[in-house]
Design a protein around this ligand. Structure first.
Ligand SMILES: [Zn+2]
Length: 170
């Protein structure tokens, strides 16, 4: 179940070629991380009741994701009040509404800072990842902001599981 405060049709909105972007409030931090893993642009505000959330949503054209019903009284920008407490259920809520599984680009964004990852030559990863990881992975992503390498390890496996669960419910 998802509650939004106006009736804008998602399909017509998205038909304009607009990217689905989010600003996630304090209470849904794990959701922000998972949205990034799926490749969505998700800004996370780490302080409770941050007044910045509405400014960011308006100026950057982002959907607000919150568990705070009080925010839902705001007509603009659009506010999505999440019903569920668990991240898996929250993703399912969003998927039901916004068809995330058709829009996602997994492994393209930094889970820590939201920056877009760049492809890293394998040789660059050699001294930056554990030897076992280097030997067993052919591809690496790199976050220029965090100076961090990514590979499709256990996080990736967990993500694939969640995506499969989402797809079954679509
Ligand atoms: Zn980063």
């Amino acid at each position: 179940m998802i509650t939004t405060m106006n009736t804008t049709d998602e399909n017509s909105r998205r038909g304009n070629g607009q990217e689905l972007r989010f600003v996630v409030d304090f209470m849904a931090g794990r959701l922000a991380t998972w949205l990034r893993v799926l490749g969505f642009d998700a800004v996370y505000l780490g302080r409770p009741a941050d007044p910045e959330i509405m400014r960011i949503a308006l100026t950057e054209d982002r959907l607000v994701l919150t568990r705070n019903r009080q925010l839902a009284g705001t007509e603009r920008p659009r506010v999505v009040v999440l019903e569920s407490e668990t991240v898996a259920e929250q993703l399912a809520e969003l998927n039901a509404r916004f068809r995330l599984v058709h829009e996602m680009h997994p492994f393209t964004r930094c889970a820590e800072c939201n920056a877009e990852l760049v492809h890293a030559a394998r040789s660059r990863a050699r001294d930056r990842v554990p030897p076992y990881i280097f030997e067993t992975h052919a591809e690496f992503g790199y976050c220029p902001d965090c100076d961090k390498f990514y590979w499709r390890g256990s996080h990736w496996t967990a993500m694939r599981r969640n995506i499969t669960l989402l797809e079954r419910r679509t």
